[in-house]
Design a protein around this ligand. Structure first.
Ligand SMILES: Cc1ncc(COP(=O)(O)O)c(C=O)c1O
Length: 433
């Protein structure tokens, strides 16, 4: 089934409407046009400009053995297919499966592996994916090799040595924003017959289109930038070819991993503004990264837009911009990290990323808590590491909020030093005197 071209046919759409969507799908239009217009004006019942939401769990047969395009929502649903078509068009795929979460998208992809198959994955990937891949390999669903994929030369050697059935890339990686060379590794992986999967959650199709660089499958947590409003948990798997799409669709239906129509409706609504949101997100992120980079008390900043970042040149080549995720290490003990976090008002301490609101997370105890301390250390995740998801608030307000955090931190440090000096807390009065 081709979701991009087929999804509108079954409902009696006019040839004109199908042609309109195909034109968008084949990228005769720019990304923002595709996002804003996919499925618009496709309703033939009432001429609704925005495609309607089909919540129905089932669809009537026209007679015995005469099923229409849809019969049961776990298997297929028109609203879900609208989102699938739009995402596939944006990623340059053949079609997509919309899942109930990013993790169910990841789980779905692992169904393509058989016992004995080798999967190569980066050990600094999202903590939930790390947990899933570790747990599934522990049950012998496949053999797992963790490889630092940002070291291109070594990664290619590992691919040649282990001959994987699948290569799993996450770039930029979560939380250290390491950049992996998709084109070089996809070419090495294809040479040994591997399927190349790229988790594109951190950039979204607005920032990176892995299929054009050689990926066979693109995975998304649509919870993040695609929906963009922190009110849906969802996922997507975009396939580059019909054979993979068929296998993925089969497993999604078999395991019941497909997403709810309402969530797909919301995510498509969010997707419509992805491009403009992304520009604002990353414009602020660039300024915040530079601010942090020169700030006393920050020992390290991880942002691909900084020239001292490991993957800066590759990111310039491979991505559109540098995204809006920044990680940094505070040069203070955990208590100081708490003081800093406590002062922030415009960065909410919360899991997740990619929404219009700015967030701050402590990966070691939050997003990557599923990894053992040893695995965290191997991946470079320290207890002093904080991760920002930069929202679309005014940049100056975000900078002022961080500055307030650093001011509190300096005061706390001065207080702690004074305590260290004479063993007792001192008041500001005695400090002056
Ligand atoms: C890179 C990445 N992939 C996958 C996921 C899983 O997505 P979800 O939380 O929607 O299940 C996340 C979640 O944070 C993520 O950051």
């Amino acid at each position: 089934m081709n979701y991009v071209t087929d999804n509108l046919k079954g409902n009696g759409m006019s040839a004109n409407i199908n042609r309109k969507n195909e034109n968008l799908a084949h990228q005769k239009c720019g990304q923002n046009t595709i996002a804003a217009r996919y499925g618009i004006n496709s309703d033939t019942s009432y001429g609704a400009v925005i495609p309607p939401l089909y919540l129905s769990s089932n669809f009537a047969f026209t007679g015995l053995g005469k099923k229409g395009k849809y019969d049961y929502t776990r298997t297929g649903n028109p609203t879900r297919d609208q989102l699938a078509g739009a995402l596939s068009a944006l990623e340059g795929g053949t079609g997509a499966v919309i899942t109930s979460s990013g993790m169910s998208a990841a789980h779905l992809v692992t169904q393509l592996l058989n016992p004995g198959d080798v999967l190569i994955a980066p050990h600094d990937c999202y903590g939930g994916c790390h947990r899933l891949l570790s747990a599934a390999s522990a049950k012998n669903q496949f053999e797992l090799k963790w490889v630092p994929l940002w070291e291109t030369g070594n990664a290619i050697k590992a691919i040649q040595r282990h001959v994987p059935a699948m290569l799993w890339i996450e770039t930029p990686s979560n939380p250290l924003l390491r950049i992996t060379d998709i084109k070089a590794l996809a070419s090495a992986a294809h040479a040994v017959g591997a399927i190349v999967v790229v988790d594109n959650t951190f950039l979204s199709p607005a920032g990176q289109q892995p299929i054009g660089l050689g990926a066979d499958i693109v995975l998304h947590s649509t919870t993040k930038y695609i929906n963009g409003h922190s009110d849906v948990v969802g996922g997507a798997v975009v396939a580059a070819n019909p054979d993979l799409l068929e296998q993925l669709s089969w497993w999604a239906n078999c395991l019941g991993l497909t997403g709810a129509p309402f969530d797909a409706y919301q995510a498509l609504r969010g997707l419509r503004t992805l491009g403009v949101r992304y520009e604002q997100h990353q414009s602020s992120a660039g300024q915040i990264a530079r601010y942090l980079d020169q700030k006393d008390g920050v020992s390290r900043v991880y942002y691909p837009g900084l020239t001292n970042h490991q993957g800066h040149h590759l990111a310039r080549r491979q991505q559109k911009g540098y995204g809006a995720m920044i990680s940094f290490e505070l040069d203070v003990p955990l208590e100081g990290v708490q003081v800093f976090l406590h002062t922030l008002e415009l960065f909410t301490l919360a899991e997740s990323l990619g929404g219009v609101e700015s967030l701050v997370a402590h990966p070691a105890s939050m997003t990557h808590a599923a990894m053992s301390e040893a695995d965290q250390q191997k991946a470079g995740i320290s207890s002093k590491l904080l991760r920002l998801s930069v929202g679309i608030e005014e940049t100056q307000d975000l900078l002022a909020d961080l500055e307030a955090g650093f001011t509190s931190l300096e005061e706390w440090q001065r207080d702690s030093n004074s305590k260290d000096d004479d063993g007792s807390p001192i008041s500001s009065k005695s400090a002056v005197g």
